[in-house]
Design a protein around this ligand. Structure first.
Ligand SMILES: Cc1cc2nc3c(=O)[nH]c(=O)nc-3n(C[C@H](O)[C@H](O)[C@H](O)COP(=O)(O)O)c2cc1C
Length: 191
């Protein structure tokens, strides 16, 4: 693809749309709870249950989320609803590793059952994950890391999950289009 890296990023992320959003919470070795959104987010396997997200390096190196997950081997994927949009956008700003985005944007937390990173209370569906593997792509300056996690436990708000069924009208997931453009999923068509 004969485009600059910046154009290629904008073109690919503007083409593969809409994308679900994983708000990933992870703990630094110093114990700071980090929260960052990732819309390059996918189901990798059902048995075992594996979810993955992809993080691009910043010019200075790996993002806090990647460093935390490599160090602690655990993280939570918190689903994102429409009502969380502004706070999620705010979480994506550059904060130093010593600052918790969770506190900065006014989210509250609930302890996880199997791992140390906490969950976001405002998220109606949360997955506790243990690092299964990382896969790296690209080279110096344009490195991308796919982080694959095995789901150890799922938590849902009252009325959102019944057996294996998820009530999407209650989940109200937010989709990412590009930049600051998001979409709602309220209007469902059956075909
Ligand atoms: C909705 C949304 C989705 C995003 N998806 C990704 C993504 O899939 N991969 C990525 O590297 N950055 C993505 N970003 C940017 C990161 O969230 C941002 O770089 C963040 O500051 C990383 O935080 P951290 O350094 O605390 O890990 C996204 C931002 C937003 C607002």
């Amino acid at each position: 693809m004969s485009m600059t890296e910046d154009s290629r990023y904008k073109f690919l992320t503007g083409s593969v749309v809409p994308r679900p959003i994983a708000l990933v919470t992870s703990l630094s070795e110093e114990g700071v709870l980090n929260a960052a959104p990732f819309s390059q987010y996918v189901i990798v396997s059902v048995t075992p249950p594996l979810l993955a997200f992809v993080a691009h390096d910043l010019p200075g190196g790996a993002k806090d989320t990647v460093r935390n997950v490599l160090a602690t081997k655990t993280f939570v994927i918190n689903s994102v609803t429409e009502s969380m949009a502004e706070q999620v956008q705010q979480c994506s700003q550059l904060y130093p590793p010593s600052v918790s985005e969770v506190d900065e944007v006014g989210f509250t937390t609930v302890p996880s059952l199997h791992i140390r990173p906490a969950r976001i209370a405002q998220s109606p569906l949360q997955f506790e994950c243990r690092l299964e593997r990382t896969v790296e792509f690209g080279g110096t300056g344009s490195r991308t890391t796919m982080i694959v996690g095995e789901v150890l436990a799922v938590h849902s708000a009252a009325g959102v999950v019944s057996g294996h069924r998820v009530d999407h009208s209650r989940l109200s997931p937010l989709g990412r289009i590009a930049g600051r453009a998001y979409c709602r999923t309220g209007e469902v068509i059956h075909v």
